[in-house]
Design a protein around this ligand. Sequence first.
Ligand code: PLP
Length: 392
Amino acid sequence: MIRKNRLFTPGPTQLLPSAQLAMAAATMHHRTAEFRALYSKVLADLKTFVGSKNDVVMFTASGTGAMEAAVSNLTSPGDKVLVVTAGKFGERWESLAKAYGCQVDSVRAAYGETVSPEQVKAALKPDHVALYMQASESSTGVRHDVEGIARLLKGTTTLLVVDSITGLGTTKFDVDGWGIDVIIGGSQKAVMIPPGLAYCAVSDRAWQRMESTKNPRYYFDLRKERKNGAKGESSYTPSTALVAALGAALDYIREQGGGDLATGSDLLIRNAETAAAMTRAAAQALGLKLFAASSPGAALTAITSPEGVDSSDIVKAFRNHFGAVVANGQGEMKGQLFRIAHLGFYDYLDTIAIIGALENVLAGVGRKVELGAGLKAAQQVYAQSSASKATA
Ligand SMILES: *Cc1c(COP(=O)(O)O)cnc(C)c1O
C-alpha cells in the first residue's frame, strides 16, 4: 500500500497544515508594525494557552534554550538546587545546573517511575534556591505530580521551575494557583509547528530573584526579552516564520474551542488524554506492558518491547510498512521500549490507525496477536469517554 509519512513522536509532532501555510507566507521584517502586532498577539495568546497571568517570554531556540535560561537567570555560582529526575530530561536539568556551577541535590526514581511528594519533602532544604522538574518526562512517558510538589514549596523561598515542554497541551495546570514560578514550553510539541521556539511564563517572585542572581547570560536573558516583548519585539532576529506558524496554531486551538482559546486549550488536553487512554487500553489488550504503568502521562505512551524483541525492529516496521514514525527508547532505554505521541494534532482517526498498525507490526515481529483486540479495547475507551459525548 502507499505510505503517508506521519510523525507519532513526542516532538517533533505532526504539523498543522494552516501553520505550514502561514510559515510559507511569512515574508516579514521583524522591526515592522505588522510583525509587532503578530508578536504581541502570540505572546498574549501563549499566556492564555499556558493558563497564567504571568508574562511570557519567547526565544528562537529549541526547548532546552528556555531550560538554560531558567538556570542561568535564576541562580548564582555555588547555589544549591534540587532536581527531580526520573529520565533523560530530568538528567538534563542536573547537567544544566552543574554547567552553571550550582550544587545539585537530586530526588531520583527509576526510569518508568515517578517521585512522590514525600521523597521531595525529605530532600528539600531551606537553602535550595530552586527546584527543577518535568511535568511530563518524555523519555519514559511518566507524569510527575506537579501539584503535590508545588504544595511543598508554598511558603518557602525555593522557586519552582517546571519543564512542561510535553506537559503543556496535555496536562491541566493551575500555574498561578499552585505557584509555578517558571513553566516552559516548546514549539515542536503540542502547538503543532516545527522545532525552533521556546517559551516560558515567569512569576513576579522569579523576576525579583533575577535582580540579584549572578550567573552569566546574554542571548537567553529573560529580563531583556521581557522588556522587548512588551514592545512587540524580540531582542534579536526571531524566527519570523515560526512566529507566524505559532499564531496560526493558536488560532486553530481557539477555533476548536468555539472562538475561546482557553476552552480550546482544555479541549486539546482532553483530546490527548482520550488518545492516551485508548492507546494504553489497546496495548494492554494486546498483552503488552506499559513502561510507565503507575503514573502514565497523556503526552505519549511508552510501551515495553515484548520479551525477546528489540524495539528498534518495531520502530522500523512502523516506518517501513505504514510510514508511521514512532520513537525508540532514548539512551540506555534504546531497544527496550517504543513511544507513541498524543500531543498536538492527533485525532480519533490517527489514534485508531496507529493502534491498527501496532497490531500488524506485532504480528510481523512474531507475536501471536488477535487482530482487532487492541482496536476493540480502544473503541470501548472512546465510547465511554466524555469526548464521544461532547460532539453530538
Ligand atoms: C522535547 C523536550 C525538551 C526539549 O528538547 P529540545 O530538543 O531542546 O527541544 C525538554 N524537555 C522535555 C520533557 C521534552 O519533551
